[in-house]
Write a protein that binds this ligand. Structure first.
Ligand code: 13P
Length: 291
């Protein structure tokens, strides 16, 4: 059960009214930390990398580490490529052994978004049991140093969303609903819960076929998270929270142990801090004990 794609664990989540945490990592310590948390909580897990860390670490290295750990883990774990705007790189990651791929052509015209998304879906389905995520509308904020201004961000149209999913053959769908990448500037971000609910009803009203993804997890208030799960959110993406935890825990450890030169201890402190942060997310998403 350990190496899985995102769709299969998200269908279970949507049926059970909880969500799977999808955590962006940039190195091995973070990967181990999110796995530690998920095993401790007995929760299904999605590990994700954006394109930059994937290129920096090398897809083959990353996938080899993921598969080595995941195949003997007692929980299902998916490796997801996040927000890739390059069709060829999506295909390369599918070939390497990622189990979920996000083609993000949301900044293209509607027809071009459909064309690119369908090309990736067709390819991934021909390679093996790889599910594909696509986005309609645009999520504002910064992810992988790609910036989308708030006024450029457009919310997904529910009727168009159904057509988009049908024409692309998409497995999991990320509609823009007002959540944003990065840290929210306000305590009460403007999120269109009803829009997610409407899209979910149209797509999954007669049985869960295309589970829904919520981007922009960092800083979302807990009551928003619960409401978004109720409306059909089955995967929550969390990125900068882990990066902040990494930097802060590194800094705090070094300041407190300035005369020590033991990288293993710094790594252990970081791994523990990230494990705790991810554990808190798993509790909020209700996925503890679901693996
Ligand atoms: P945050 O930047 O809010 O954590 O969202 C991450 C995300 O959606 C990555 O796809």
């Amino acid at each position: 059960m350990s190496i899985v794609n995102a769709k299969e664990i998200m269908i279970e989540a949507a049926k059970g009214k909880y969500a799977v945490g999808a955590f962006n990592i940039t190195d091995l310590i973070q990967m181990e930390a999110v796995i530690d948390a998920a095993i401790e909580k007995k929760a299904p897990l999605i590990i994700q990398t954006s394109v930059k860390p994937s290129k920096f670490l090398g897809t083959d290295v990353l996938v080899a580490i993921y598969r080595t750990i995941a195949q003997s883990a007692p929980i299902p774990i998916c490796l997801h490529l996040d927000h890739c705007t390059d069709v060829d790189y999506c295909k390369k990651c599918a070939d390497s052994g990622y189990t979920n791929i996000m083609i993000d052509a949301s900044k293209q015209s509607y027809e071009e978004n459909i064309r690119q998304t369908k090309e990736v879906v067709d390819y991934c389905h021909s390679v093996g049991d790889i599910s594909v995520e696509g986005e309609l509308g645009t999520v504002s904020g910064v992810e992988d140093q790609i910036k989308v201004a708030e006024d450029e961000a457009a919310l997904a149209n529910p009727v168009q969303a159904v057509e988009f999913v049908e024409r692309t053959g998409l497995d999991i769908f990320a509609p823009a609903i007002g959540t944003a990448h990065g840290v929210y500037k306000t305590k009460n971000p403007k999120v269109d819960f009803e829009r997610l609910g409407k899209i979910n009803k149209l797509l999954n009203g007669n049985g869960i076929k295309t589970p829904l993804v919520v981007h922009g997890g960092t800083g979302l208030p807990e009551d928003y998270i619960q409401k978004l799960i109720e409306m059909g959110g089955a995967k929550f993406n969390v990125s900068p929270e882990l990066k902040h935890t990494l930097i802060d825990s590194t800094y705090e450890y070094i300041v407190a142990h300035r005369d020590e030169y033991d990288p293993g201890k710094v790594d252990a402190a970081v791994r523990d801090a990230i494990r705790k942060a991810v554990g808190h997310w798993i509790d909020m998403l209700g996925s503890a004990g679901k693996a």
